[in-house]
Unconditional design. Sequence first.
Length: 198
Amino acid sequence: MRSVGLTGNIASGKSTVARLLRRNGLPVIDADAVARQLVQPGCALLDAICERFGAGVLAADGSLDREALGGIIRADPVARLDLDGLTHPAIYAHIQAWLEAQASLGVGTAVVEAALLVETGQERLYDMLVVVSCSPELQVQRLVADRGMQPDAAQAWLVAQLPAARKEQLADLVIHNDGSREDLEQAVIAALPRILGG
């Protein structure tokens, strides 16, 4: 089975490309969705996070209080590393099991959508790396218009991420998303033969 890693920086259109690939029949797993699933109440990963960071990271209903945890890891780089050390192996194991299940079903190509593929070195695990990219100016515009961020906050997000140019250098395929939704749909359709290994 052909495995494809799909990544891109914030507001680049990565998730939209993932939806378009699903629409065209490819199975896609979203690493962010996996991360949310693995910290549901009663899950071993949530217990491990509480053991490391304390019960203050739990909401009243027993779910993970992401804002409280976010405050801790933003203030303490060591805490962020500890959190990554807990969460990343669990997420990777879940994704690997999903890929193996897709292969056993006879799937020809499966896609893993993840924001931090390159940052974590995971891009090397896939047969192909697809990067969705757009101009920084457009990223800021989208963050302000779609997510209600202030321009300064949006710019700070961009600065905090690995530059898109670095990801593009490693990519087997770059899908540019500087135009309309229709342009992006056409770009994905044009890219399908390469993604499928044709």
